[in-house]
Structure formats: structure tokens, C-alpha cells
Design a protein around this ligand. Structure first.
Ligand SMILES: *Cc1c(COP(=O)(O)O)cnc(C)c1O
Length: 386
């Protein structure tokens, strides 16, 4: 049997009867949008990552847009994010007429480099054209960004901080989740993410009740909030009064019902992923340019297990010939990527990003990767003389 890059069937087999029963229950009660399972899942998700409030939404891209819309991001505003990320991190910024500024990452962790971030903010201030407003840190490949430093920088410049945890929901730094530092954490439940559903889904998490109220309004067409209603007399049902421009970004009840079952085994799956990662590191550390380095105190969710090799393309072809599936994340960083090239590539060059785009290679990674399959991957890499 061919090895999977990510094996969703193995997980499905583990919780098949629970998931099927949960879906049946939704089919029977028929509240397909914002049904009771959505509220239950939001409460459980908030609890899992020790945050006051979680709100489900349609996907991880719109999860990023919700706080930006709630904060009133506008033309002339700058949002700082890594260039080495999935496009969605930057995509939502031009939606609102603002501009992304691309920052380099650290060679060791592939996460946003705090020193380069400061240089980029200072350069934007010196230029005077844009106003620095928001930092979006990404928990790339499942590893928490350096949030204590990110928070310090955001506070120093009076900026907001978003944790794009689409790949890293569940990651901790010294036992704490990104929401401990970020104003809002966003995540995606796309099936291939560590916590995925059976379609599209996403969530925002925050300890800021006022922000939560605004994001809840934005996700439902800018509906009236409890605060909007205070001291105001409406002549009609305020349900149809739209206080702000919003959108439709709701989480389906069926997806929430599936996610409740997946969240039940998620902590165990993070442990299993870490076992796989440790075994890879042991088998590969002397045979490739780099195995992943995890910051002190961080538990990664290992959305991807990414090694580096000088002859990445040669190694990938060799692995393909040995029936080992791999992928490259990300071959085209944002600052040289089509529609995004016109935005500012931070201060100076993105040296690390420009280097690692040619050396990174993601190996098969999921909680149910067997030792036999993993040995096959390790042996295939060791046998490459390129
Ligand atoms: C997947 C991903 C997103 C977008 O999530 P979708 O649910 O696919 O919209 C955003 N940021 C990062 C870093 C991602 O990996």
C-alpha cells in the first residue's frame, strides 16, 4: 500500500462511529447553521486553549479578516507579516485597502524574526506613507511564534497582534497558548490542518470581550450587538439593522459536530505527532542540512515536518522514485509572489526566506504514521547521494 503524506482515513477509522452518530444527530434536529453543536464546540475550543471566547467561522482566511474588519483597518494602514507563509496570511490585508509589509523569518524556527520586524516597522515609520497598525505572527508548520517578543514589539509601537495559528492551533510556549499574548488567535479547520473538519471551517479566539462582540457582528453581516442596543430605541426589529459592513462567515453545524469528536482526541494526537517528529529527528539529524528546531519550551503540533537539503529537488525526485510522498512549503514566498510583489518587502533583503525556499522539503507527517513507513522514509533519505 502506498504511504500517505497526511492520512485522514486512519483518524476516521479511529472515531468513525462517534463522528457518524454526531452527523446523524444534526441531520435529525436540522439546525444546519449556527446550531447547538456550534455553541458547544466554541465553548470546548475556548477551554482547550485557555481562552475566554471562541467564535466559529467559515474558514481560516476569513478568521484573519474578522479582527481586521472589527478594528476598522483601512487604506494607509500597514500590516506586518512573514513572507514565508501561506498566502491567506497576507491576502486579507488588501481586501480592506491596507498594505502588507513582508518580514523575514528566523533560520532556526521559520517564524517571524523579531529583530527584522522592528527594522521593518521603523522603516515604514521613517518613510511616512503608511501607519503601522497590526502584526500577524504565524505559527508555521505548527510551532508557536516568539510571542513574548511579538507582544513587546506590538506594545512598544501601539499595534495589535494576531496569531495566525491555522497550522499551530494547540501549540504552547512554556505551557501557554498564543492567546496568552496575542489580541486574537485565528485558526483553520481545513481537513489537512492538525485540527481539521470534513470541509471548510475556521475560528477566532480572544480574551477581549469587546473585540469578540464586534467579530460576532462582522461574521453575521454586521448585525446589531448588545452594546449597539444600549440606550437606543429601534422602531423595528433590530435584527435587521446592520450597524457595520460585515460578511457571512458562519461555521456549519455538521462541521462543529465533527470537530467536537476530533477535539476529544486532539491532545493525544499532538503527542503522537511529537513521537513521530522525535523519531524523524533521531533518524535524520546526521543526514540532512537541517532537521526542524523547536524553540525552548515550545510544544509543536507538527502540521508539517520540514527538513532542509542542499539538493532539495534531487532528494524530492529520489523520494518520489521510492514511493515516498513529499511537498514543498513554500516555493514562492509572498514578497515575490504574483499579485503581492508590489508590496513592500520589509527593510533590506529577506535573506533567510530567499534561502530556505530552495532547501525546504516536507515529509509525510500525521499521528498515525507507522514506524515501518517512517523507517522507509528515513532509509530512502539516507540512501540519497546527491
Ligand atoms: C491554511 C492557512 C490559512 C487559511 O485557512 P483556510 O481555512 O484554508 O482559509 C491561513 N494561514 C495559514 C498559515 C494557513 O496555513
Amino acid at each position: 500500500m502506498l504511504m500517505h503524506f497526511i492520512d485522514l482515513h486512519a483518524q476516521r477509522a479511529r472515531i468513525e462511529s462517534e463522528v457518524d452518530a454526531a452527523i446523524q444527530k444534526v441531520l435529525q434536529h436540522g439546525m444546519f447553521v449556527m446550531g447547538p453543536e456550534v455553541r458547544a464546540f466554541e465553548a470546548q475550543l475556548a477551554e482547550f486553549s485557555n481562552t475566554k471566547i471562541a467564535l466559529g467561522c467559515a474558514n481560516g482566511t476569513e478568521a484573519l479578516a474578522l479582527p481586521l474588519m472589527a478594528w476598522g483597518l483601512k487604506p494607509g494602514d500597514a500590516v506586518f507579516c512573514p513572507s514565508f507563509t501561506f498566502c491567506a496570511t497576507a491576502e486579507i490585508v488588501p481586501w480592506l485597502g491596507a498594505e502588507p509589509v513582508f518580514v523575514d523569518v528566523k533560520r532556526e524556527t521559520y517564524n517571524m524574526d523579531p529583530d527584522h520586524l522592528v527594522a521593518c516597522i521603523d522603516a515604514v515609520i521613517a518613510e511616512g506613507r503608511l501607519t503601522p497598525k497590526v502584526i500577524i505572527a504565524v505559527d508555521l508548520f505548527g510551532q508557536s511564534a516568539d510571542y513574548p517578543k511579538m507582544r513587546e514589539i506590538a506594545d512598544k509601537y501601539g499595534m495589535k497582534l494576531i496569531a495566525d495559528s491555522a497550522q499551530g492551533y494547540g501549540t504552547t510556549l512554556n505551557g501557554k497558548h498564543p492567546g496568552e499574548w496575542a489580541d486574537v488567535v485565528t485558526t483553520s479547520f481545513f481537513p489537512a490542518k492538525p485540527l481539521g473538519c470534513y470541509g471548510d471551517g475556521g475560528a477566532v479566539l480572544t480574551n477581549d470581550e469587546q473585540l469578540a462582540e464586534l467579530m460576532d457582528s462582522v461574521r453575521v453581516h454586521g448585525k446589531v450587538t448588545a452594546s449597539d442596543l444600549k440606550g437606543v430605541e429601534f422602531e423595528h426589529d433590530p435584527k435587521y439593522f446592520n450597524m457595520r459592513i460585515g460578511m457571512n462567515s458562519r461555521l456549519d453545524t455538521i462541521q462543529a459536530a465533527i470537530l467536537i469528536e476530533k477535539l476529544n482526541i486532539f491532545a493525544d494526537e499532538i503527542e503522537l505527532r511529537n513521537k513521530v517528529a522525535d523519531r524523524y529527528a533521531e533518524g535524520l539529524k546526521d543526514h540532512v542540512l537541517a532537521v526542524p528546531q523547536v524553540m525552548d519550551g515550545v510544544v509543536s503540533t507538527w502540521a508539517q515536518y520540514v527538513i532542509e537539503h542542499e539538493n532539495r529537488d534531487g532528494l524530492q525526485a529520489h523520494l518520489r522514485a521510492n514511493d515516498v510522498p513529499t511537498a514543498v512549503y513554500y516555493p514562492v514566498p509572498m514578497h515575490v509572489n504574483g499579485a503581492y510583489e508590489k508590496y513592500k518587502a520589509g527593510a533590506g533583503n529577506l535573506t533567510v526566506t530567499d534561502t530556505i525556499r530552495d532547501t525546504v522539503l516536507a515529509l509525510p507527517m500525521h499521528p498515525y504514521l507507522s514506524e515501518d513507513d517512517q523507517d522507509k522514509v528515513i532509509e530512502a533519505i539516507r540512501s540519497f547521494n546527491g
